[in-house]
Design a protein. Structure first.
Length: 109
């Protein structure tokens, strides 16, 4: 006869050890749950990086345009500072909606 047939206590011990190892694997600092949280955080950071890369690309295009096109500087000044040429007439129309808030610009250094 086999050793396993004679001692059911051995089966219980092996089962308890397996359950304990499973719990340690799941809930320890280096366990599967932590691995899943870290993977979710990595995915969030990768999404944020892609968004920042796209914004950097748009800003580089704007910088390049500003360096090469004199009209771009004028467009920026008109948009941000509300500048008007001497021979232009500004028409302001009343609206039921409140005006949108001005764009947020970081303070210059």
């Amino acid at each position: 006869m086999s050793v396993f047939n004679k001692t059911p206590a051995l089966w219980l011990t092996l089962g308890a050890v397996a359950i304990a190892l499973g719990l340690v694997l799941l809930y320890s600092n280096q366990g599967l749950l932590r691995l899943k949280r870290l993977d979710q955080e990595r995915q969030r950071i990768e999404r944020a990086n892609r968004a920042l890369e796209e914004e950097n690309r748009r800003l580089l295009i704007r910088i390049d345009r500003t360096k090469r096109d004199p009209g771009a500087i004028e467009d920026e000044a008109r948009r941000k500072l509300g500048l008007v040429k001497p021979d232009e007439t500004i028409f302001q129309f009343k609206s039921d909606k409140p005006p949108p808030p001005p764009p947020h610009t970081p303070p210059s250094r």
